[in-house]
Design a protein around this ligand. Structure first.
Ligand code: ZN
Length: 186
């Protein structure tokens, strides 16, 4: 089962959070839970276009949220338009180091698939935080573990299980609705 570590206080304590969340100037220390709140908001936005509700954000080394995206596979007709890949692309596009996202954290509402975990590795992301595990497609501990494979050239720190139940119920509700919509058409 997924190993859950106590989410540490990550990132800068105040400025980036107030910028990202519009919070007060002296916002409390940011935690992985706070980041997952943003990622879950993104996941819900995917429902507007009938995409599977998965969201992802990228946090810079200083703690600022530099990208937030959701799954747009149906919307854009693109099999690679997963939330994590879109967020990594956005983050790299505004970063100061080309395609490299060293020191960055990817926060996703579902355990990334092989493509997304691979993209995080290629971008040299430092840490991946995810909510629910994905036993059918997860590549950070479920089917594979790209974060700690000695054959790969980069390792990533994993924090899993952050708001896992919220993410799982969002997905379950979505698939339940899809099934009932499907049965209406039969
Ligand atoms: Zn993916």
């Amino acid at each position: 089962m997924s190993e859950t570590r106590t989410p540490p206080a990550l990132g800068a304590p105040s400025r980036s959070r107030s910028e990202a969340l519009g919070a007060g100037r002296y916002a409390p220390v940011v935690t992985a839970e706070d980041w997952m709140d943003l990622a879950l908001d993104e996941a819900r936005a995917a429902l507007d276009h009938d995409d599977v509700p998965i969201g992802a954000i990228v946090v810079a080394p200083g703690g600022g949220v530099v990208a937030r995206r959701h799954n747009e596979r149906e919307k854009s007709g693109d099999p690679t338009a997963h939330a994590e890949v879109l967020a990594l692309r956005d983050a790299a596009a505004q970063g100061m180091d080309g395609w490299r996202l060293e020191g960055h954290t990817l926060v996703a509402t579902l355990e990334p698939c092989p493509m997304c975990a691979g993209a995080a590795l290629l971008a040299r992301v430092d840490t991946v935080v995810f909510a629910a595990a994905d036993p059918k497609a997860g590549a950070l501990g479920s089917l594979y573990n790209f974060a700690a494979d000695p054959r790969l050239r980069h390792e990533m720190t994993l924090i899993s299980g952050v708001r896992a139940e919220e993410s799982a119920s969002l997905l379950q509700d979505f698939f339940r609705q899809q099934r009932s919509a499907g049965s209406l058409l039969d």
